[in-house]
Design a protein around this ligand. Sequence first.
Ligand code: AMP
Length: 134
Amino acid sequence: MENCIFCKIVRGEVPGMKVLETERTLAFMDIARDVDGHILVIPRKHCKSILDCDEVTLGHLMETVRLVSRHLTDHCGYDGVNLLNASGESAGQSVPHFHIHIIPRKSGDGLDTWPSLPGAQHPLEETFRRIAMK
Ligand code: AMP
């Protein structure tokens, strides 16, 4: 995609601090500076989000997520990771090239990476009937 910032990183037109490069994926440092070790994993092939990503690409992406996560816990002193993703503008996605955020975690680091949600408005059974896949 011509004007996609992450495609530009893939093509080397925009610099990226690449943590891992594979044939089909890239992991690089997020520039947000919100927490140390924030990494993004993307497919080289452009897709917008999980909603239009094909199965093979998704498989490669998740394998890279696993490899980077294991690297963080096995070699970088972290104990776990949070994986975050926004798919669609309504979900808060700001860059429309599919990416998984990896937030490395240490026991007792005090980070609050889980969203504080307002509470369900409908009975659980009712919502279940509406969204259950037939
Ligand atoms: P999201 O809001 O889930 O779509 O996340 C987009 C992420 O991309 C944000 O965390 C940004 O900090 C990050 N980002 C945007 N541009 C760049 C860039 N050129 N290099 C690295 N990360 C970027």
